[in-house]
Write a new protein. Structure first.
Ligand code: ZN
Length: 551
């Protein structure tokens, strides 16, 4: 799983009813700031560099495959747009490629071209046009168990036979030509790389593309530990809005970031110590933390297919297959250079409007990214399995629909607590001013995406709590700052309050805290209003990918 269910209506332009002209398309595209993506390949062996060329080529195959999965008319439309050399044609092609289809994702998926469905089809091209939910359910209910599993599974499309009856068709058959091409490139890369775990993943994934059996290659992906870190295959089901069954093809070709990986190992090694010092009643601390789910920090050379449209993915958790997750767990991959590009193109200009000139000097990508890593690790500490009235239960079960927002706020604030703990004991070099000032600026970025989903809600809660404690201060000129005499104790207090609420499984307290604090108060709204012209996200230009494997 990766994407936030972003409430992007904030960023919608008031589109005229007619299809947009070139100027309008440029305005729409400008909400995504162009960002050059370069990755240092100097740590790669010569053999791995050659393998990388094949992997970039393999990833590009999935762009076409994904276009086909979204809509049956998509590939033909793409070919037609490429032929139109007028300025309007170029603007259409650019915005089509950014969205991987004729619908503008951040404008509620409205069409920006004529002669296409007015909105993206809920079933994409995974089901036959015109099939209803009822028809599918009536048909699949009567199937024998193994066929029903395929029909409702990740890796079969639904088509009609000669008689008009529904039937399930494996991806390996439906997408045979592109998958054969992709598999051949993966095998070539496997033959080139000296890394055993990469070789194993690539060979088993190539086999899966042709056999439609993905289990073994998902397991091999969990074991992947190599300088080239690749994710490629059918994964997320967000494009199947009808049922959420069908996986879309995507690829991320990445290079492992060894420096950040070392930082992660360091944090993981201190996790029990931090748990033992959490600002809560000692009886709520866990004397023996379980193993941390694996996290990889990488730099992205190229993303493709479902991994490259609309708002760009900055981190993902995979696989989604529950059988693999039950046996091997899941892995989180964080795309550092994508975060850096988002930081440069959106957070820096946001800071220009909400921080004073002197505070802006303390805005730091290193602090931003270290806090994101600390956030992820913080999900692994604090109460999870709890006792309520003598009953064994979990925080998630007790807090129900309040859980996600509370847990996201907890991960942010406990992440700050964790870093401060390590700074104070000189276990980690760090700069408090940079940490808290960068955190303050990023609060506006999170809340900007709306308080309808967990991250935005969790951030509004923190922002208001810290303002009420005087740790965040608003100024008459519309800027905000941290009061460094108050921030540490306020962070400690909020960490205490959220962790205690979780330890008690107290849903009523969670609700009242969210009702009171997870809101956009006028002072915050005024600040958000100033940010309207700042880009929503980035449009990556994959410079390194183009250099190693020219298109
Ligand atoms: Zn989180």
């Amino acid at each position: 799983m990766k994407k936030l269910a972003l409430a992007l209506t904030l960023f919608m332009l008031n589109l005229p009813a007619a299809t947009p002209d070139a100027a309008e398309l440029h305005r729409m595209a400008a909400r995504f700031a162009p960002a050059d993506m370069r990755v240092d390949l100097s740590s790669l062996s010569q053999a791995d560099r050659k393998a990388l060329v094949k992997l970039v080529q393999a990833a590009r195959v999935l762009d076409g495959l994904f276009l086909e999965q979204r809509w049956s008319g998509n590939l033909a439309l793409y070919e037609q747009l490429k032929k139109d050399k007028t300025p309007l044609g170029a603007a259409r092609l650019q915005y089509f490629w950014l969205n991987k289809g004729p619908w503008s994702e951040i404008d509620d998926h409205r069409a920006f071209l004529a002669d296409v469905p007015p909105k993206n089809l809920p079933g994409g091209n995974f089901y036959p046009a015109g099939m209803t939910r009822d028809e599918f359910e009536a048909w699949s209910a009567k199937l024998p168990p193994d066929r029903r599993k395929a029909a409702t599974g990740f890796f079969h499309v639904i088509r009609r036979d000669e008689k008009g009856q529904l039937k399930e068709v494996p991806y390996s058959q439906e997408y045979r030509a592109p998958l054969e091409k992709c598999a051949a490139l993966l095998r070539e890369a496997a033959a080139l790389t000296p890394n055993v775990t990469l070789k194993k993943f690539l060979e088993s994934r190539a086999a899966a593309f042709l056999s439609n059996e993905y289990y073994a290659s998902d397991v091999a992906w969990m074991d992947l530990d190599a300088p080239i870190d690749i994710t490629i295959g059918p994964y997320e089901t967000y494009n199947d809005e009808l049922f959420g069954y069908k996986a879309a093809f995507e690829a991320y070709v990445n290079i492992r970031d060894d420096q950040e990986t070392a930082k992660l190992k360091f944090l993981a090694a201190h996790l029990q110590e931090i748990e033992n010092n959490l600002p809560i009643d000692p009886k709520f601390r866990n004397p023996k933390l379980g193993a941390l789910a694996p996290i990889r920090v990488v730099n992205q050379v190229l993303s493709a297919g479902d991994g490259a449209h609309g708002v760009q993915t900055a981190a993902y958790n995979l696989p989604n297959d529950e059988q693999v997750v039950a046996e091997k767990g899941a892995k989180r991959v964080m795309l550092k250079n994508v975060q850096q590009a988002k930081f440069d193109k959106t957070l820096v200009p946001i800071a220009g409007l909400v921080l004073s000139a002197s505070d802006r000097r303390d805005l730091s990508f290193d602090s931003f990214f270290t806090h994101i890593v600390a956030h992820e690790i913080s999900h692994g500490i604090g109460p999870h399995q709890i006792q309520v009235d003598g009953r064994a239960t979990s925080v998630r079960k007790e807090l129900k629909n309040f859980y996600s927002a509370i847990e996201e706020a907890k991960a942010d604030i406990t992440g700050l607590f964790m870093l401060q703990y390590l700074f104070d004991r000189r276990l980690m070099p760090g700069d408090e001013r940079k940490l808290y000032t960068t955190y303050l600026a990023s609060a506006f970025r999170s809340v900007r995406f709306g308080v309808h989903e967990a991250h935005g809600k969790g951030m509004a809660l923190q922002f208001n709590y810290l303002m009420d404690k005087g740790a965040i201060v608003s100024h008459p000129d519309g800027t905000f700052s941290i009061d460094f005499s108050k921030i540490k104790s306020a962070v400690r207090d909020l960490t205490h309050d959220l962790l205690t609420l979780e330890a008690m499984g107290d849903a009523a307290a969670a609700k009242s805290m969210l009702d009171r604090l997870a809101v956009v108060r006028p002072v915050l709204q005024q600040a958000l209003d100033k940010l309207a012209a700042i880009p929503v996200d980035i449009a990556p230009r994959n410079i390194t990918a183009s250099e190693v494997a020219p298109e």
